[in-house]
Design a protein. Structure first.
Length: 441
């Protein structure tokens, strides 16, 4: 049954018309899937060119077509979004001649492979070939061949892609730095994420389980996007020069994901971001302030280690200062919690009284005091540059700074150390105190 339905559907799509026999077969296939989902003979809607079928049905509405449309919308709700998902030819031209000559998905994939080998930074014509192919062939075939070309693997199927769209993030870095390739990747990834979300919602025991799974998935995608847009992904390539992409399509998708998924920003900040990526996010994505309440809850819960809380406080303080005008009450609460963590982490930065600095390490062997010291100076720098703070935020900042200055002075009077350890501690205390004095809020 599945092979017969797929064969008839592809024949009808080539003819540009769905006959009633094929429509009835497809309706029967969906009914059989509903009655016996565990049977080896049921159809898998995602392995069929459902999007193209949906579009043909919309052009010729009658009782039979409307019945099939209702079934498709129930089993594949993502197709409604795909129908309006049309790529634009970004400065390529020739959009009216998409069907003037034929190009197969394998030809398009071969062109992508050639582009990756040449490592050019502006291959917009690849996007044009992709659009031509999309206009002439089923989207599932085109997306599958594109994914195979990006990952240099012939073993990827469309079902694999939908069940685990994150495999696309394993592609070469040059995919993201090449304009045309990046836009193709975003088109394929966005459709795969939408189908994957439908699959997760169907398979999950409850909506809360599905939401948690989707949040984990999207946090990985958002981190990847932030690394690309901020240039953090190039930091390890010391001897190579790369141009940081400025891509409105990528920024728009990032904003959509953050707006749609509550708690996503809090999750990403909690996991930790490079300073460059965090700065870029705060500067360019105002939607992140929607998670101010969630960040405040994290800081108040004491569920994280002191080092992790200080890292979350760093991001929270930047968000409160940069976007506090959107909601002054929430920004004041967020800033207060972040500054409270900053003050309470003083001895984590300086080191416990009577213990030499840089003695405490985490489970990975990293120096906790050194990591927290960098975060402390970043937070003080944020306060120093936060000239647009409201009067309430300035008042909270002054109280926190005064408290920290007092801690610096009182610690300098305590004993317990001598020799080199004492000199290092006093030098660090002076450095922190000077940084506090430089802050002019």
């Amino acid at each position: 049954l599945p092979f017969t339905i797929e064969k008839n559907l592809r024949r009808c799509l080539n003819e540009g018309n769905l006959d009633s026999v094929t429509i009835v077969q497809l309706i029967y296939g969906f009914r059989f899937l509903e009655q016996a989902p565990d049977s080896p003979f049921v159809i898998d809607p995602r392995s069929l060119p459902i999007l193209e079928v949906f579009e043909l049905l919309c052009h010729d509405l009658n009782e039979l077509n409307s019945r099939l449309l209702d079934i498709i919308e129930r089993w594949c709700p993502e197709v409604q979004n795909f129908c309006s998902d049309k790529l634009t030819l970004s400065g390529i031209g020739g959009g009216s001649s998409l069907c003037t000559y034929s190009i197969t998905p394998k030809d398009m994939a071969h062109a992508i492979c050639q582009c990756l080998k040449e490592e050019s930074t502006n291959y917009d014509h690849i996007e044009f070939l992709f659009l031509k192919c999309r206009a002439q062939h089923a989207s599932i075939d085109v997306d599958t061949e594109a994914a195979r070309a990006f990952l240099s693997s012939r073993f990827i199927t469309y079902l694999n892609l939908c069940r685990d769209p994150l495999i696309l993030l394993q592609c070469s870095l040059s995919v993201w730095t090449t304009n045309g390739l990046r836009r193709i990747m975003l088109a394929v990834l966005q459709r795969a994420l939408a189908v994957n979300e439908s699959l997760i919602l169907e398979a999950s025991a409850s909506s809360s389980v599905a939401s948690e799974f989707l949040a984990s998935r999207d946090s990985l995608v958002v981190r990847c996007f932030l690394f690309i847009l901020s240039g953090s992904c190039f930091d390890s390539l010391h001897n190579e020069q790369h141009e940081i992409p400025v891509c409105q399509e990528l920024i728009t998708l990032l904003k959509q994901m953050i707006s749609k998924r509550h708690g996503l920003v809090a999750s990403v900040v909690k996991q930790g971001l490079p300073e460059k990526a965090l700065d870029w996010m705060v500067r360019n994505i105002p939607e992140i302030f929607s998670d101010a309440g969630e960040l405040s809850n994290i800081l108040e819960s004491h569920a994280l280690t002191p080092k992790e809380r200080l890292q979350v406080a760093d991001g929270s303080l930047r968000i409160a200062i940069a976007h506090g005008a959107r909601n002054e009450m929430q920004s004041q609460r967020l800033a207060y919690n972040a500054l409270s963590v900053l003050v309470s982490s003083f001895y984590l930065v300086i080191g416990p009284v009577g213990v030499p600095v840089t003695l405490t390490c985490d489970e990975q062997g990293q120096d906790i005091t050194l990591i927290c010291r960098k975060v402390l100076f970043r937070m003080l720098s944020t306060l120093q540059n936060g000239r647009t703070m409201s009067e309430r935020l300035k008042s909270e900042a002054m109280l926190a700074l005064s408290r920290m200055a007092s801690l610096c002075k009182s610690d300098a009077l305590l004993g317990g150390l001598g020799g080199t350890a004492l000199k290092k501690r006093k030098a660090l205390l002076k450095e922190v105190f000077d940084a506090i004095v430089r802050v002019n809020v």
